[in-house]
Design a protein around this ligand. Structure first.
Ligand code: DNO
Length: 367
């Protein structure tokens, strides 16, 4: 397991590279050129710039999250071909500077969705919260008006997506889940060969939450659908960012089974916990197994048993110790998350070594 940490860039993050460097066992940043709109080619010089910044701290830049997919590709519009060409060029440029994994998602219009960014937990910290009934009852067009009339910015949403929201909702009105599958296949058939040539693993992120929101279709939601994704283009470059928190918001998703089934197609793991309530609401807790509904211990054990050598990052943290930061992306709780993940990993590793030593001793003593 290679531990990495998401970093939003020099002028865009409250966490600094020297702080990241001091988190034990952390070897690289997970980054993106967040100011570029989906569909633009990422220029080589800009990529090089980030590499130089990271180099100064001995951190690598092998994982990008995300190169976002233009809506025209998801909608299957004729204009998609130009955007796909741009995407290929971005893959080439990233490979040239040493990137190995590109995370992306195929969620229509919105990335991750929450209803409260600072919901208090019992311990006095705050965390990202999703109130299911609130989203279920929300009329998307009302939402558009609300957003248009405010200076609201949403986590994980690029500002330009918030413009023209109404038109986007209209465009998706007749797009079914099967259409989305077709459009994903079309996209993958074109970009995966390019990724293969450049030894890049594409890693799709699950939909968060893993069910349709605002009447928009969502397909990266469950084990069966990830199985289908992997067959769309059967290549080691067509992989998954297995996000335990996104998938874990649906109690029917069994993450350990997914790791066991897809292990060799998971180049990138997001590991975090989430507490699910009976009414479908959920809140993001600390990474510790006992604090939420997701079996983080079992998940790390499954990665360990499968000999996982991919990249892993802690995911959203709570806001603790009065830290002011991007929602979910502070330093403290994610650093604690890393220590928990390493603690589990090291214990599993020690157990394995002890077992190996015992078998060796046994076989020696029977000779
Ligand atoms: C949220 C993230 C997502 C993720 C994208 C990947 O914190 O996990 O925004 O980066 O969905 O494309």
């Amino acid at each position: 397991m290679k531990m990495v940490f998401r970093w939003y860039g020099e002028n865009n993050d409250t966490v600094s590279l020297d702080q990241i460097k001091q988190i034990p066992g952390t070897e690289g940043i997970v980054w993106a050129l967040h100011d570029l709109a989906a569909g633009e080619v990422w220029p080589l010089e800009r990529i090089q710039e980030v590499k130089e910044q990271a180099d100064q701290y001995g951190l690598h830049i092998e994982v990008v999250e995300s190169v976002n997919v233009h809506e025209d590709i998801k909608l299957g519009l004729p204009s998609r071909d130009q955007y796909i060409e741009n995407y290929k060029k971005t893959i080439e440029n990233l490979a040239q500077i040493g990137v190995k994994v590109i995370c992306y998602n195929f969620m229509p219009v919105f990335d991750w969705t929450r209803t409260d960014l600072y919901k208090p937990l019992e311990d006095g910290s705050t965390a990202l919260f999703y109130e299911k009934s609130k989203v279920d009852q929300m009329d998307p067009y009302e939402l558009v008006e609300k957003i248009a009339g405010s200076d609201v910015t949403m986590p994980g949403w690029e500002p330009e997506r918030l413009k023209n929201l109404s038109a986007l909702f209209d465009a998706y009105k007749h797009v079914t889940e099967e259409d989305l599958w077709d459009n994903l296949k079309y996209f993958l058939e074109q970009i995966i060969p390019v990724a293969e040539i450049h030894d890049i693993k594409m890693a799709i992120h699950p939909d968060d939450p893993p069910w349709p929101v605002f009447g928009l279709p969502r397909i990266m939601t469950c084990q069966e659908n990830f199985r289908r994704l992997l067959t769309l283009v059967d290549s080691p470059s067509n992989g998954i960012t297995l996000c335990s928190g996104s998938l874990g918001a649906n109690p029917d998703n069994h993450i350990v089974n997914m790791i066991n089934e897809f292990a060799d197609r998971i180049p990138f793991a997001h590991i975090r916990n989430v507490r699910i309530y009976e009414n479908g609401d959920f809140i993001e807790t600390s990474h510790r197994t006992q604090d939420g509904s997701v079996d983080i211990t079992g998940i790390v054990e499954a990665y360990h048993q499968n000999g996982f050598t991919g990249y892993a990052r802690p995911d959203h943290g709570r806001h603790i110790w009065n830290e002011e930061c991007r929602p979910g992306y502070g330093l403290y709780d994610r650093a604690l998350g890393i220590m928990y993940l390493w603690g589990l990993w090291d214990a599993f590793e020690r157990r394995k070594q002890n077992e190996l030593a015992q078998t060796t001793t046994k076989s020696v003593s029977t000779i």
